[in-house]
Design a protein around this ligand. Structure first.
Ligand code: HEC
Length: 117
């Protein structure tokens, strides 16, 4: 019986641990003040790759290519503008707009100096 209790406690701890770590992942938002440094390679590039590169890869006909740090940095105002539908056509084309939290990562990355990190 004592052994069984131990196992229950261990199992419960595992469940609690994983539910907490899962929350952490889904709620990983950059705070509005952008105090956490946003990584280009771990965060910005994957966002662009998953949402934009299907149409904006090298050699596409839209006039906008987002394939690396240089062209993404150089076009960051157009990228942010289009994600918000402000001053540019709303992107991804046809909508819906990306979640605010996703756009916030790009905003923070820009305000932190568009690091190649
Ligand atoms: C389904 C294809 C598709 C996807 C996905 C897509 N785009 Fe586009 N994008 C286009 C096309 C096509 C144009 C050219 C539209 C035009 O000029 O009428 C365009 C134009 C743009 C422009 C110029 C808009 C303007 O007002 O001049 C920007 C900036 C842009 N896209 C950024 C993005 C970003 C950032 C993403 C990802 C969040 C994205 N696009 C995702 C197809 C796409």
């Amino acid at each position: 019986m004592k052994k069984f209790k131990h196992i229950t406690v261990i199992l419960l701890s595992i469940v609690v641990f994983f539910s907490c770590s899962k929350d952490k992942v889904t709620n990983t938002l950059p705070d509005p003040n952008c105090t956490d440094t946003v990584s280009f390679n771990a965060t910005v590039l994957p966002i662009i790759q998953q949402n934009c590169v299907s149409c904006h890869d090298v050699g596409n006909s839209t006039g906008y290519t987002f394939s690396n740090h240089t062209n993404i940095s150089n076009q960051s105002s157009a990228i942010l503008g289009s994600m918000k539908g402000q001053g540019f056509l709303l992107m991804p084309q046809g909508g819906p707009a990306l979640p605010d939290s996703t756009i916030q990562f790009i905003k923070c990355w820009v305000s932190q100096g568009k690091l190649n990190n």
